[in-house]
Design a protein around this ligand. Structure first.
Ligand SMILES: [Zn+2]
Length: 299
């Protein structure tokens, strides 16, 4: 069984600049931590093609990004970011390709951009590599894809893109949107046959959250019979993260990663891990490493 992380320093170009929370050194520090795991191979990323990005995004939007005319205050998109954004998506696609070879788990820390809509950059995200990855995986023969997103923010772009699509299950575990970005979505009222929102209240203890939420993962994964799972493993819900109002400790991430990994082993499908949020350094990098190690151990 083989395990890989996708990285080379070209990915440092995916950087929103000084003063912005999304700096590429987040991923660089993360990869330095991951490189301490001896069984993990480091594999180069590639650029996603425009046709691959168009599996999810409109041609008009892609063109706007190329010209630096997309984005908002949170997500300033200059035309210099077009190629770095393609590389970040391509890193996710490379991670998925490896699962067609003899890899069982692959990681792209410079990915997990779940807020991007098909026609809009939002919430620090330009291209939704989670959704592009799921569509690309289906082209490679992974027919049913289960997405688990435990970033502190609701995976709104991903939910929207797969609304009504029974071949992709979207599960998002996040801080309750009454108290957290994106505020307008992420409620249980949006749940349907293949979409499950699990909002967490700042008033709930870690113990209560784990007891309530962890059993839901095998409960929903097993009957869906996925061929592949994509995990958005944002750690911005950790109590030390500037984005979080939740009281989650290392224990939460230790437990949820083991539960998901056992689920993958028991139901026999490979897993892609995408970095997502996490803005408290070096803690974010340490949590990512613990999660990856748990997957390797359990799978
Ligand atoms: Zn987040």
């Amino acid at each position: 069984m083989k395990f890989a992380a996708i990285w080379n320093d070209d990915l440092l170009s995916y950087d929103f600049g000084r003063g912005h929370p999304l700096r590429s050194e987040r991923c660089k520090t993360g990869v330095e931590e991951l490189s301490k795991i001896s069984s993990l191979n480091i594999v180069d990323p590639r650029y996603a093609t425009e046709d691959e990005i168009a599996l999810v995004h409109t041609r008009e939007y892609i063109d706007m990004v190329r010209k630096g005319r997309a984005g908002d205050l949170d997500t300033p998109v200059s035309k210099e970011l077009f190629d770095p954004a393609r590389l970040s998506v391509g890193a996710t696609l490379r991670a998925i390709e490896l699962l067609k070879e003899d890899y069982r788990l692959s990681v792209n820390l410079c990915g997990g951009w779940h807020h991007a809509f098909e026609n809009k950059a939002r919430g620090l995200c330009i291209f939704n590599d989670v959704a592009i990855g799921a569509r690309y995986a289906q082209k490679l023969g992974f027919r049913k894809v289960f997405i688990v997103d435990w970033d502190v923010h609701h995976g709104d772009g991903t939910q929207r893109i797969f609304k009504g699509d029974k071949s992709v299950f979207t599960m998002s575990i996040h801080q309750h949107p009454a108290t957290q970005y994106p505020y307008v979505t992420g409620y249980e009222s949006e749940n349907d046959e293949t979409n499950l929102n699990v909002p967490l209240l700042p008033s709930e203890s870690e113990q209560e959250i784990m007891k309530r939420v962890l059993p839901m993962i095998p409960q929903f994964v097993k009957p869906f019979k996925p061929d592949l799972m994509i995990v958005q493993m944002g750690v911005d819900g950790h109590r030390g993260d500037p984005m979080s109002s939740l009281d989650l400790s290392d224990r939460f991430y230790d437990s949820i990663s083991r539960v998901v990994a056992r689920c993958a082993k028991n139901n026999d499908f490979p897993v892609v891990l995408l970095g997502g949020g996490g803005f408290n350094f070096p803690k974010t990098a340490q949590l990512w490493k613990m999660i990856v190690e748990n997957f390797i151990e359990e799978m």
